[in-house]
Design a protein around this ligand. Structure first.
Ligand SMILES: [Zn+2]
Length: 341
């Protein structure tokens, strides 16, 4: 069914590095066959958008472009070939590809007659036009605010623990480096597996909030004492130096998984002998999650609890405050920032 009502929406556009403007658009009445038009409830800001904003992903050939890659909302129009969702479905939007069609990006002209690039997903907008493979049905019992985290941080962090490191048992020692959104989701998943958990988090402001999880903290000046100590290390701090350091912390047969995606210019250096002697290192692409199944799997793993409330200091902003929200996230003042529509 095609609704031909004239719909305007606002979207944050990255015009150049460190510059976001809000533009107005008309939603296409005829969506492309693979597209879904979603009225957004909440969109999340994560480290990935901060890296884009700062220009740390390298040359950006798509500027000016809409951005954002995790949100919750409601379907209001669908393209002809979309089968996965229907109008009025409550959904989660994610950058992690799932089942369904994806014909790539597109351009829209804003009210100032500028052509703006849109990828298969962008979420900092009152309505989002996304490809079918980035849309997932929200479990009925999951709140809209919780659902945002299932578009990025929760599947990545929890996926690392319950999919990529499923062998973790209570006898193991696990070190978690960096406790932002992904690190916190990993921590919540680890708590259910009950290994000995050690945390290394540079931002001391987070320690008070983290102390309620009954974990061991590693002070910066003591980290050297933990060389070859851990069975597993999960690194989510976003820096290549910390990936190198994390590799030193695991035992000879230990495993390091990193979810950090540092500045494009940064490389990591490892001691080849560590690899010969059995240390293993893997990256994590969305916690190896297949969201069409794993959203429910993870939600059930957390006993359908609202883990959102455990996320420490979360601030909610309006779209027009997005520049302020980015600055607060970058300063480490808040753990998570959401845009509410
Ligand atoms: Zn994200």
């Amino acid at each position: 069914m095609v609704q031909r009502t004239f719909l305007m929406f606002e979207a944050a556009v990255l015009t150049k590095f460190k510059k976001i403007k809000i533009s107005k658009f008309v939603a296409p009445t005829n969506l492309r066959e693979d597209q879904v038009l979603v009225k957004i409830s909440y969109a999340g800001i994560c480290g990935s958008q901060i890296m884009e904003y700062l220009g740390h992903r390298g040359k950006d050939n798509f500027l000016p472009h809409a951005f954002g890659h995790e949100a919750s909302g409601k379907v209001i129009r669908i393209g002809k070939k979309v089968k996965k969702v229907s109008i009025n479905d409550e959904v989660i939007l994610s950058w992690i590809k799932g089942k369904g069609l994806d014909y790539g990006g597109f351009k829209l002209t804003d009210d100032k007659n500028c052509k703006i690039n849109f990828g298969p997903i962008s979420t900092f907008s009152s309505m989002a036009i996304v490809s079918e493979n980035r849309v997932f049905l929200k479990p009925k019992k999951m709140s809209k605010i919780e659902a945002v985290l299932y578009g990025c941080a929760t599947p990545t962090g929890a996926g690392i623990v319950i999919k990529q490191l499923n062998e973790i048992k209570s006898k193991h020692k696990v070190c978690l480096i960096g406790v932002g959104g992904v690190g916190l989701a990993a921590l919540l998943a680890l708590k259910l597996k009950k290994p000995q958990i050690y945390i290394f988090e540079k931002n001391k402001k987070k320690n008070k909030f983290l102390s309620k999880f009954n974990v061991n903290f590693i002070p910066s000046n003591k980290i050297i004492l933990y060389k070859d100590y851990f069975d597993f290390c999960i690194e989510t701090s976003g820096s290549s130096e910390m990936i190198e350091r994390a590799f030193n912390l695991i035992k000879k047969k230990g495993k390091l998984i990193f979810a950090s995606h540092p500045n494009n210019k940064k490389k990591i250096k490892l001691n080849p002998h560590d690899l010969i002697s059995g240390k293993k290192i893997f990256g994590s692409w969305g916690g190896s999650c297949k969201l069409d199944y794993d959203i429910n799997k993870i939600f059930n793993y957390f006993n359908k609890k609202n883990v959102f409330s455990l996320h420490g200091k979360i601030s909610i902003f309006k779209l027009k405050e997005i520049n302020k929200a980015f600055k607060k996230v970058m300063s480490g003042e808040i753990n998570r920032a959401l845009i509410k529509f």
